[in-house]
Design a protein around this ligand. Structure first.
Ligand code: PEP
Ligand code: MN
Length: 272
């Protein structure tokens, strides 16, 4: 379907699985957690400690931030990558970070275990080609205005370059609704299971923009059949330099992880 030669189920019946350190993506449930932005060494170290203790298996944090306003915090760049890597190493967590520019792919590949393509760059074809050649797995977020067909074709761009280690991330789309930052399209998770063998992760943080909604949306995403979650966690959300309203604190993330584990068990019991 959709002219997919690599990403479609027609190309490969077996679900994609690949290793990132000792995690098998596509089999082990992924929990990618950490701050929206890397702000300081101390902040990302503390965030890593919090997410590791609660049971996350990858650390996220933006060093190159694609912000709506050019006057907003743009990220720490290379030094941010260094802080993120140090925190990941300290707590045994592979790191996931966004690349926004073809010129940074090489540098970011030296630090990151997984390169993230953000919603604003989903259809940046030269960037997709470049990450297709970088030798690292890629987490491809859904464009906020993109159809599932367009999104899968972007995965195809990466795979066509020889990189088959692609994770799809549903992060909400633009609809008429304004109460939430975006509208989390959980039907996309079910649809993708019919269309592709690639693993699917859900980001309830950018989808809702509201910390109090992360819990219910995470558990719903698990029940919809996702292979993992990407969640923003900050040691002190009110002081965050970006996305303050949607980041969970230590207590919130601990409580959520307990419920996520129970929900995964329940889901498994349904399909035994
Ligand atoms: C992010 O995950 O840091 C991010 C900017 O998300 P999105 O591209 O989905 O807005
Ligand atoms: Mn964010």
């Amino acid at each position: 379907m959709y002219g997919l030669k690599l990403a479609g189920l027609e190309a490969q019946e077996k679900r994609t699985e690949f290793k990132v350190s000792d995690i098998t993506v596509g089999r082990d449930f992924l929990v990618i957690a950490g701050p929206c932005s890397v702000e300081s060494e101390e902040q990302v170290m503390k965030a890593a400690e919090i997410v590791k203790k609660a049971g996350a298996n990858m650390l996220r944090g933006g060093a190159y931030k694609p912000r709506t306003s050019p006057y907003s915090f743009q990220g720490l760049g290379r030094v941010g990558l260094q802080y993120l890597k140090k925190a990941g190493d300290a707590f045994g967590l592979p790191i996931v970070t966004e690349v926004t520019d073809t010129r940074d792919v090489f540098l970011i590949s030296e630090y990151a275990d997984v390169l993230q393509i953000g919603t604003r760059n989903m259809q940046n074809y030269s960037l997709l080609v470049e990450v297709g050649r970088c030798g690292r797995p890629v987490l491809l977020k859904r464009g906020m205005n993109a159809t599932i067909e367009e999104w899968l074709n972007c995965a195809e761009y990466i795979m066509k370059e020889g990189n088959h280690d692609v994770i799809l991330c549903e992060r909400g789309i633009r609809t008429v609704e304004t109460y939430t930052r975006n509208t989390l399209d959980l039907s996309a998770v079910a649809a993708l299971k019919e269309l592709t063998h690639l693993p699917v992760v859900v980001d309830p943080s950018h989808a809702t923009g509201r910390a109090e909604m992360i819990g219910p949306m995470s558990l719903s995403a698990v029940m919809a059949g996702c292979d993992g979650l990407e969640i923003e966690v900050h040691p002190s959300p009110k002081d965050a330099l970006s996305d303050s309203a949607q980041q969970l604190d230590e207590e919130g993330f601990d409580a959520l992880m307990e419920k996520v584990r129970r929900t995964i068990k329940f889901r498994e019991s349904l399909y035994e």
